[in-house]
Each structure stands twice: as structure tokens, then as C-alpha cells.
Design a protein around this ligand. Structure first.
Ligand code: MG
Length: 504
């Protein structure tokens, strides 16, 4: 850790003590990565014990009065620099969560959600909402209690949102959605009417050889650029990124054997997450600042690479020769076909398959339901009907089964309430970054056409990545681009891209 960034004696004491907490997190990250990748199935029994014991140990160290009193003292100091203030802010947030929430409540929450994930999986497989409903009910009651203990100004939902996206309120989210909905609807109707983008593409049904696709993945990652000494790619059921440390960042992808864009874009998506962690200033290693600041800002990085770059005409065209070299079935498809395949647009039932135009409408449906549930304005038994009504209202289609509707996502069973809006925050910030990057890098799209990413990465590093968690999300954005979160750029991007007469 660099003494240049951290000078204050009390802060240095805090960081010294924090090393043990950091080490526990480091070990936990590796244990969790292993669960999803290589651990033999039965290992979960012992692994669960060790993970929860390490979590408890971490909690004990964070709440140690010798530690918290140092933070309290540091909080009184007026002339801390930005990094030092960041350390205090991030640790105060952790302390607040552990201090305010009674251990009994946390224990119950953990027990219920642990069971609920298994119940949810069964309920989804059997298309039986009523099996899951009592768990949803319990999770919402406990989430409400958590919100009460954490405190909030306007809506209990704000307390939960803040856990995932520091400082974000349901008022912010509602205002973002009220801008997005009319334009997203307009663009969707227009695309369907003009048919300038396809609703389905023949390539969606084409199967591929998994080993060949693994080579494609490797080549694409190489094109995007990474340091093999700090990064690796493995396979898991659900693709994810985990920063074991700044110098050890790992992503996973999956190969379903069909519709190759799904594997391709999950790779590019996770690459965006990974780059954020990899480009954090090395002087922050071992400190509480050595991680991406929030889920929304993190998602903006993955969506930037996946959608803004990966789904652009320039990128589609530039990787067409490479993809054709590996995937023989592409010989019949032009670069333009590839672009249309990457960008099919249609109202669909499943959020994770949704395109750029409709994706946020899926999030809105979840946001509205979560808010009503948390406030006790609806009952959990009302959820399937409201879900279907909202699908009809925003997307014009209705699921015929619970599995394709209210039971499709794992989040509620895991107790992740107030998490969904961070996906939309990510989409909005990604488009905002694009607009500001275009000002600084006017030949942005030419660089993508030439598969040159050095300047783009440098921009992201300087403005966002290097800071880690130094600034809260709202402040970081203001510092990076001089503006707060603003959905207008996203809407402009949608209109530019999808209302164009012919993609050429
Ligand atoms: Mg993501």
C-alpha cells in the first residue's frame, strides 16, 4: 500500500488492522469462486460451514471496539484526503450494517434464503408458485425488518437499494423509469412496425461445437486485451466475475451448444466487469477501497463492453472474419447478418434474454412489485397476477406459466430485494459514458472498427476504474463526467440505433 495516498496516522492504523479483514475477504472470494467452478458437489457441506464461520469472524473484527473507535476518531478529522475519507466512508457503511442488524435477524434471513433458493428451484421446475409463495412472504417480511433497522428517509425500499447502490433512492429510480418507458415503448413499436431489426434470427437455432467456441472465446478475450498473469476464464452454470484481488480477477462463461451469441456476449459482459477490478489503482491493494464501488457502476462497465462496443456495427463487422474462420456455419452469413443476429428486438418473457430496448421494462416490473410488497400494499399471493398485468402493460405479452413469469429469477429467493434496479442504472450509465467518451475520443467507433481498445480502456481507467470505492457512486459519476445519472443519453442511444431506417 502506498504511503503517498494514505498519510494520516489514524488512517494508517486502521489500514494496518484492516489487513486481517482483507485477508478473510480474499480467502472467502476464493472459496466462493471454487464453489461455482471446481468444488466436487459434496464439498458444499463443509464449505458452507467454513464460509459462514469466516463471515462471522469478519463481522467480529469489524465490530471490534478497538477498530470501530479508530474509525470514529478518523471520522472527526477535518483534513483527510479523498482516499482517507473513502476508507472511513466504506468502513462506516460496513459497521452500520453489522451494528444495526440484530444477529438473530441476520441468522434467520440467512436460514430462510438458504432454504428458499432450493424451494424456488423446485417451484420453477414444477411451475408451482404456491410452493414458493410462503418463502417470498417471509423474505419480504424480513427485508422490511432489515429496512427498518437500517433506517431510511422516504421509503423502506431506499434502505435496501442503498445496500447495492449507495445513495440511490426509489425516487431516483422512479424518475429514471418515467423517462425510459415512453421512449422504450416508442422504439419497440417502431422496430416492430418498420422491421428494420429482426425479431428472430436463423442463427439462433444453429448449434456449435463447444471446443471450437472455447477457442473463439479465447480469441475474443485476446482481442479485447488482458494480462494472462492477472486474469483467467473458467466455466460455471451462471457466468460471473470475481475479484480475488486486483491482480487476480476471474470470470466464468458457459457454453449451451446453441445460439453462440449467448456465450460470446456473456464473455464480453464479464470482461467489462473484470476490467473494472483490474484497472483499480494498485496503491489501493489491501484497503477497503480496492473494489468496484457499487453494483450499478459495475454493471455499467459490463454493459458498456457488451452492448455499446460488442453489439455495435463496427465490432460485428470487425470480428466477422475471425468468427467465420472458426464457425463454419457463418460462411452463409454476412457481417450485416451478424449485426442483426446480435441485435434482435422483440417483447420477450425472459429478462436475461431481453434486448437493449426492452430490458429495462423487465426491471421496472420487478421494481414496482418489490416496492408494493415491501410496503405491504399488496400480498405475495397477488404477485403472479400483477406480474402478468404489468407484462401486458409494458411489453404487450403475457406469460402462460409461472416459470416463464414470476418464478424466472433467482434474486428474491436469495433475499436480493432492491437489487434489480442496479441493472437499469448500469444500462443508463453505460450510455452516458459512451456520450462523454465520444467527446474525448471522437474516432471512438473507428477505433472499435480497428479493434483498438487502448484509448477506451485508458479513459475508463482514468475516469472510473482507478478510484475503486474512493468516491460514492453519485460523486464518482460527477467527477468522471461532470454530471449526475441522466437517462437522456440512453434514450438518445436507443433512438439513434434503433430508429435508423436501415442498419448499414
Ligand atoms: Mg453483470
Amino acid at each position: 500500500m502506498s504511503t503517498a495516498l494514505f498519510q494520516n496516522k489514524i488512517i494508517l492504523d486502521i489500514l494496518e488492522k484492516y489487513k486481517t479483514i482483507w485477508s478473510i475477504d480474499h480467502a472467502l472470494a476464493l472459496l466462493k469462486w471454487d464453489i461455482e467452478t471446481y468444488m466436487p458437489e459434496s464439498g458444499i457441506e463443509e464449505r458452507s460451514i467454513s464460509v459462514s464461520q469466516l463471515d462471522l469472524l469478519k463481522q467480529k473484527l469489524i465490530l471490534d471496539p478497538n477498530f470501530t473507535s479508530l474509525i470514529d476518531r478518523a471520522d472527526e478529522i477535518k483534513d483527510l484526503n479523498d482516499f482517507e475519507r473513502g476508507v472511513v466512508r466504506v468502513l462506516k457503511r460496513s459497521i452500520k450494517i453489522y451494528k444495526n442488524l440484530p444477529p438473530k435477524l441476520l441468522e434467520e434471513f440467512s436460514k430462510v434464503t438458504h432454504e428458499a433458493v432450493i424451494v424456488w428451484r423446485n417451484a420453477k421446475a414444477k411451475n408451482d408458485f404456491l410452493v414458493f409463495q410462503p418463502y417470498l412472504e417471509k423474505i419480504m417480511i424480513l427485508s422490511r425488518e432489515i429496512a427498518e433497522y437500517l433506517g431510511y428517509k422516504e421509503h423502506p425500499y431506499d434502505a435496501l437499494l442503498d445496500l447495492h447502490e449507495e445513495g440511490l433512492t426509489s425516487r431516483d429510480v422512479s424518475s429514471i423509469f418515467s423517462s425510459i418507458v415512453p421512449t422504450a415503448r416508442k422504439v419497440l413499436d417502431n422496430v416492430i412496425e418498420k422491421r428494420n431489426y429482426l425479431q428472430r434470427h436463423p442463427l439462433e437455432d444453429v448449434t456449435y461445437d463447444v471446443d471450437i467456441m472455447k477457442n473463439v472465446t479465447k480469441e475474443i478475450a485476446t482481442i479485447l486485451g488482458y494480462d494472462a498473469k492477472r486474469f483467467r476464464i473458467d466455466i460455471s452454470a451462471h457466468p460471473f466475475t470475481i475479484g480475488i484481488g486486483i491482480k487476480d480477477v476471474r470470470i466464468t462463461t458457459r457454453y449451451e451448444g446453441k445460439d453462440f451469441k449467448s456465450a460470446l456476449f456473456s464473455l464480453i459482459h464479464e470482461y467489462g466487469h473484470a476490467l473494472y477490478e483490474l484497472q483499480i489503482d494498485e496503491a489501493l491493494i489491501g484497503t477497503p477501497l480496492a473494489a468496484g464501488v457499487s453494483l450499478g457502476v459495475h454493471e455499467s462497465q459490463s454493459r458498456f463492453w457488451e452492448n455499446i462496443i460488442g453489439r455495435s456495427k463496427q465490432f460485428s463487422k470487425a470480428i466477422h472474419p475471425l468468427l467465420s474462420k472458426y464457425l463454419n456455419f457463418l460462411s452463409k452469413f454476412s457481417a450485416e447478418d451478424l449485426y442483426l443476429y446480435f441485435n434482435t428486438v422483440k417483447p420477450s418473457l425472459i429478462r436475461v434474454d431481453a434486448d437493449e430496448v426492452t430490458y429495462n421494462l423487465h426491471i421496472l416490473i420487478r421494481f414496482e412489485i418489490e416496492k408494493l410488497l415491501l410496503n405491504g400494499e399488496i400480498k405475495t399471493t397477488d404477485v403472479p397476477e400483477l406480474w402478468n398485468e404489468n407484462m401486458e402493460k409494458y411489453l404487450g405479452i403475457k406469460p402462460k406459466t409461472y416459470s416463464e413469469g414470476v418464478l424466472q429469477d433467482i434474486h428474491w429467493s436469495q433475499g436480493s430485494v432492491g437489487y434489480f434496479p442496479t441493472y437499469t442504472i448500469g444500462n443508463v450509465i453505460a450510455a452516458q459514458i459512451r456520450s462523454y467518451m465520444l467527446k474525448d475520443i471522437p474516432d471512438f467507433y473507428d477505433q472499435i472498427a480497428n479493434l483498438r481498445f487502448t484509448n477506451i480502456k485508458q479513459w475508463l481507467r482514468d475516469k472510473i476504474h482507478r478510484w475503486g470505492s474512493t468516491y460514492p457512486p453519485k460523486e464518482l459519476l460527477k467527477k468522471a463526467i461532470g454530471e449526475e445519472i441522466n437517462p437522456q443519453y440512453f434514450l438518445q442511444y436507443l433512438e439513434e440505433k434503433y430508429l435508423a431506417t436501415l442498419p448499414s
